[in-house]
Design a protein around this ligand. Structure first.
Ligand SMILES: [Zn+2]
Length: 236
């Protein structure tokens, strides 16, 4: 399994780094996980975007799906249709995507969805709009992507036995307000409990988690924590 960070900022792009977007590759599948700003430009450094097999969207906040609006045009030009999995909702954002004939939209099922040799499972997130956390399993390595969510039992359960947690926890606890996201400390605790490596992502531009990550590594030397950055590739 190979995971490439195409964008990792939360909320809005900063200095050439776009928002949530990741390329997952395994067993011949090329899957885009979220599609925030600048995703398409970054994706084209690694593969032909028209060669994508599917896209998995965690939710329809603009920092997670905005480049779908550019991708739909590319697909039209290339004459291809892409399977897109996303939470179904009655919103202008959903309708915008549903109106594109080159996007085949699918709601996440309650059970497993098999894409080639890769199994996808979604669990409801706790966020300010409909959203999911996602497990992607190639039979050898299981990745969990938290999406935007508060820490919750669905996510904890999804993480049990996972190898890698890509967690939208890019803010130190002392700055976290509201109940819709996770702190880096919560993300680290979740990964530790699951015995998974952690990629801290959805980086808060004003409240960097960098020193909090350093403090966690000092306190828990056996934790495997990486701070996401554009172009980071993890191969397991
Ligand atoms: Zn969100």
């Amino acid at each position: 399994m190979k995971l490439t960070v195409l964008g990792c900022m939360g909320g809005y792009p900063v200095k050439g780094t776009g928002t949530s977007a990741y390329l997952y590759e395994s067993r011949g599948q090329k899957i885009l996980i979220d599609c925030g700003s600048n995703a398409l430009s970054e994706l084209s450094k690694y593969i032909r975007p028209a060669d994508l097999d599917a896209a998995l969207l965690s939710h329809l906040h603009s920092d997670h799906f905005s480049d779908m609006l550019n991708l739909r045009y590319l697909l039209k030009v290339e004459g291809r249709t892409l399977d897109v999995y996303l939470p179904k909702e009655q919103t202008p954002e959903y309708e915008l995507l549903a109106a594109c004939p080159n996007l085949a939209l699918h709601a996440y099922s309650d059970g497993d969805t098999v894409l080639g040799g890769v199994t996808v499972r979604a669990a409801p997130a706790i966020h300010s709009r409909e959203g999911v956390s996602i497990s992607v399993d190639d039979g050898a390595v299981r990745l969990v992507y938290s999406g935007d969510t508060a820490l919750n039992d669905n996510l904890s359960k999804l993480c049990e036995g996972a190898d890698l947690l890509l967690c939208n926890c890019g803010i130190p606890a002392k700055y976290l307000t509201g109940h819709y996201l996770m702190s880096v400390e919560e993300g680290a605790a979740l990964a530790r409990l699951a015995g998974a490596s952690l990629i801290v992502t959805h980086i808060n531009a004003r409240r960097s988690p960098k020193s909090a990550v350093a403090a966690l590594i000092k306190k828990y030397p056996s934790d495997k924590i990486i701070l996401a950055k554009k172009g980071l590739t993890v191969e397991i």
